[in-house]
Design a protein around this ligand. Sequence first.
Ligand code: PMT
Length: 411
Amino acid sequence: MPTLFGKRVLLGISAGIAAYKSAQLARLLKKAGCEVRVIMTEGAQAFITPLTLQALTGEQVRTSLLDPEAEAGMGHIELARWAELIFVAPATADLMARLAHGHADDLLTTLCLASEAECVMAPAMNQAMWRHPATQANVATLHTLGWRLLGPDGGEQACGDVGLGRMREPEALIAELAEAPAVRDAEALRITITAGPTHEALDPVRYLSNHSSGKMGYALAAAWARRGARVRLISGPVTLATPPNVERIDVTSASEMLAATEHAAAESDIFIGCAAVADYRAEHVAEHKLKKTDASETMTLTLVKNPDIVAEIAARSPRPLMIGFAAETRDVERYAHDKLTRKGMDMIVANDVSQAGLGFGADDNAALLLWRDGDDTDSQTLPPQPKTTLADAIVDRVLMLYAHRASTAHD
Ligand code: PMT
């Protein structure tokens, strides 16, 4: 693990049941060649003893800010300067709130505030606490303060709940810590991405929609953000967590998505329409639940066309570089090419959504990229792969196109 070897790591442990995993983390950090010092909050000591961590790291474990003996050795400011990496695992909801608000009311929060080290945390808490708007607001603040969040993961929790909130497993955390930082080649770019489905109401309890999970659009948002771009994600109803450093705007219907997009696109360099926007909506949304009648075996709904978000934004001047998607089940290239031209896009990402294991709802996808090059169309085929890596390949191509357009605009 070349990027961890020799690194001076402060491992901060706060008061969660996942603290038992911190012993394994300390062991793996040592094994990876790190110098490790451990700070425990008062509550953490109810879950795991300082002695365990001392035995694993060979270093005295610090637990108190006001400990004259420990301060006489390496004072807390010295310790803050010593660290190259502060890794808080587990990070409880309470600790995250205190860090987000700049508290310095115990040794761990004081060190975090006093240090200029790289800061990473592995959140762990009950799923409802993680989803709470207060925690999500703290997550957004922590991102802007430069914290990198690893996890939490979903699954069954110690309290019996199921959902996002489990601390990521130590082996996975160590692998992520060792990852080379992403190349920040999209800094200064402002990106707007639409993702997920839209819901078009029929009555107070029913709607028209499709199987989009948002995974592709969210993977793109995460990839752009990792590479330093300012990302606004306009999301239809999905159950995914917001990627780090991404501003998310939730919408439900196509009309709401258009309204949110119009404003965001005006301030963007690049627009990516990955959402599966419903083409039609009900002409009239019933005020009360539609009732089944015995009089007829059929029901007729009158649908009207929704606005085409990509086409509307592409028709503006000035406008961002326009990237759209095409979800096709046959004649992929022909239909995609038609949409590229008809909707006035600069590039289209075509996916064959009839293939098992790819497209709607899947973790993997494949794509044919088509972009305009003067009067010609150029293309690139991206084979089946996880949506996360496909997103990076799409970003690579969009960046090339953006740079090319910028250079020819100045000629
Ligand atoms: O969300 P996932 O489960 O990860 O699945 C990913 C995906 C299959 C949804 C994604 O890869 C994809 O193909 N997204 C576009 C789906 C779609 O609606 O395609 P389309 O061919 O119907 O639309 C063409 C383009 O016009 C798209 O960029 C779409 O966002 C846009 N559009 C369509 C209709 C409309 N009213 N407004 C639009 O802006």
